[in-house]
Design a protein around this ligand. Structure first.
Ligand SMILES: [Zn+2]
Ligand SMILES: [Zn+2]
Length: 321
């Protein structure tokens, strides 16, 4: 593993590594168990999905994409403090990492996109052969990299973020905060309707929510969107769009667009549709967010022009939608 001045990445000490693996293992057990209960409930009473799925998807989208990703990693909009800390909480309960660790890993991903040595989760880790990427590579992007002894330095990438004492508190107390995302739906369910509803809401809004967020972030975006799809701008590495399913993933699979314009709040910058834009308009009207960044159509067209024939020949896309 290449080291860069020993600053960006470092080898985790044994106790920190064991803690990290234990957290991942215990969380996986809770999430898989709860998700199986949720699927059983959905099959038994499909109407439950009508209220549970939209709420679950919105919490994931706000927590991971709007919060951890677009606000804390890319500063794509301004937020009032109450909404900023709500986003920090919703991001933490997705159990994907503490806020500063997630942001640091993501900044490293953008800085070293698809570099085998330095991108924390590229599916090209074992080579560019499409079948290797779509098997071993996807397994690495989805969960393999969680077992790496190499970690991203929060001091290097997230110093500014941790200057905020509330964010620092969220980061330091990540385990307790993240597990509150299982406990709170259980308690509210118990108060509202006894043990049966408690288990159901833990399964829907705790376990299934974390499973879906993990699936969309790690498997679909970090894995698939760096393996297959389409592209139109010049970018570092080979991030791609899966435009046909972007409505289902609330815009996140316009991932190539995101790498080309990382500060744009919505990746639907070239005529695509992103359902989250409706949410952002509402949040702006409520005064929770402001100054949403978006590139001008001239900037978008200019970036398209940067793609030359030679670039396309150099990096042939492996599969297309
Ligand atoms: Zn990416
Ligand atoms: Zn990003």
């Amino acid at each position: 593993m290449k080291q860069i001045d020993g600053k960006e990445i470092y080898r985790l000490p044994a106790h920190a590594y064991i803690q990290r693996v234990l957290y991942f293992a215990v969380t996986t057990l809770i999430v898989i168990g709860g998700t199986m209960i949720a699927i059983g409930e959905f099959v038994a009473s499909p109407l439950d999905a009508l209220y549970a799925l939209p709420i679950t998807l919105l919490i994931i989208a706000l927590g991971v994409n709007t919060g951890y990703h677009m606000y804390f990693s890319h500063h794509s909009f301004d937020a009032v403090p109450a909404f900023k800390y709500l986003l920090a909480y919703l991001g933490s309960i997705t159990c994907q990492d503490s806020i500063a660790q997630w942001v640091s890993n993501h900044k490293r991903h953008h800085r070293h996109t698809d570099s085998v040595d330095l991108d924390p989760h590229t599916p090209r880790q074992f080579g560019d052969n499409k079948w290797v990427m779509l098997t071993l590579g996807l397994a690495w992007s989805t969960f393999g990299w969680k077992f790496s002894r190499t970690s991203t330095s929060k001091a290097y990438y997230s110093k500014e973020l941790l200057r905020d004492p509330v964010i620092d508190w969220f980061d330091k107390n990540y385990v307790v905060v993240s597990y509150s995302g299982f406990v709170i739906p259980f308690v509210i369910g118990y108060v509202a309707g006894g043990m049966e509803l408690a288990i159901k809401w833990f399964a829907y809004f705790g376990a299934f929510r974390v499973f879906s967020g993990y699936f969309f972030t790690e498997f679909v975006v970090n894995g698939l969107c760096h393996s297959i799809g389409t592209s139109k701008f010049k970018t570092k590495g080979q991030p791609m769009n899966l435009g046909r399913i972007s409505w289902l993933t609330l815009g996140t699979t316009l991932h190539h667009n995101h790498h080309a314009f990382p500060r744009a709040l919505s990746p639907a910058i070239d005529g695509e549709w992103d359902p989250m834009n409706i949410v952002y308009v509402l949040l702006e009207k409520m005064g929770a967010i402001s100054n949403c960044r978006a590139p001008s159509s001239e900037d978008v067209e200019l970036k398209k022009l940067e793609v030359s024939e030679s670039d396309n020949m150099e990096h042939p896309r492996l599969l297309h939608e």
